[in-house]
Design a protein around this ligand. Structure first.
Ligand code: ADP
Ligand code: MG
Length: 252
């Protein structure tokens, strides 16, 4: 069963067609990777799903909903979370605080109940705290729990960003270049996190990634994009051996 469906989606920036009549669907529970040269439109696809941009044509459905009828905040509340190509965390807050921010959308309270800190708010806060602590354990971040983001190594910040997205309790996790800037060892760790997120948490993962080792290691299916259009779609080995893909990578 597919959880996400893009049908004939086009997005133009002035005269540039960044995404061109693109259709694909992501199955519930799979890891699906989008690959392609720089400028192929990969991040733009994420921005379309997150509703940062309106497509020029086409439809995007998620979990039975027409996403194009939603604002960005609506997409998040349906259970879509993302990380960014350039990490976006609160640098002057701790790991724990950044993850608690991810819980925000689950806060079921109003201004008055927060002011008087009612039992239900207290309960909600405790649940948030517990879930966030579980994510910290899951991602092996205990040693960094109370450390400020600004002082952390880049590789750890990448993992914290995944944690912040997980804290929203998503059905679909969008990872934009999770291995960029990571060492070989950190990339291998990231591969296991992604695998565990899918297997243990049951979350569907859609990622954009350049590292073909990571892509082949963890993805069920791969979509290769060039100039905003689909070049090939299939298993990692099918896509890597596809003549159009080889040409797009070697020909440029
Ligand atoms: P990728 O992530 O595959 O490297 P992007 O999706 O970031 O590529 O960009 C696809 C194309 O759209 C590129 O040519 C890029 O320059 C252009 N582009 C992306 N975002 C914008 C924007 N906000 N305004 C204008 N052009 C953009
Ligand atoms: Mg990009």
């Amino acid at each position: 069963m597919s959880i996400l469906e893009l049908d004939n989606v086009t997005l133009k920036f002035g005269g540039l067609t960044a995404v061109n009549k693109l259709s694909f669907s992501v199955e519930q529970g799979e890891v699906f990777a989008i690959v392609g040269p720089n400028g192929a439109g990969k991040s733009t696809v994420f921005n379309l799903i997150s509703r940062f941009y309106d497509p020029y044509e086409g439809s995007i459905r998620f979990d039975g909903h027409d996403l194009l009828k939603q604002k960005a905040s609506g997409v998040a509340s349906f259970g879509v979370a993302r990380t960014f190509q350039n990490i976006e965390l609160f640098d002057h807050a701790s790991v724990l605080q950044n993850l608690l921010v991810g819980r925000h959308r689950h806060r079921q309270s109003n201004f008055l109940s927060e002011l008087f800190f009612t039992p239900s708010v207290k309960r909600q806060e405790m649940q948030n705290r517990q879930l966030v602590e579980e994510i910290i354990d899951f991602l092996d971040l205990q040693a960094y729990r109370d450390k400020m983001i600004a002082g952390l190594p880049y590789g750890v910040r990448k993992v914290v960003e995944v944690g912040r997205a997980l804290a929203t309790d998503p059905k679909l996790l969008l990872l934009d270049e999770p291995a960029s800037g990571l060492s070989v060892e950190e990339t291998s760790d990231m591969r296991w996190w992604i695998d565990d997120i899918r297997r243990q948490m049951g979350i569907t993962v859609l990622m954009v990634e350049h590292d073909m080792g990571l892509v082949s290691g963890v993805s069920d299916r791969v979509l290769a994009l060039a100039d905003g259009a689909k070049l090939a779609l299939g298993t990692p080995s099918e896509v890597q051996s596809h003549p159009a893909v080889i040409e797009a990578y070697l020909g440029k």
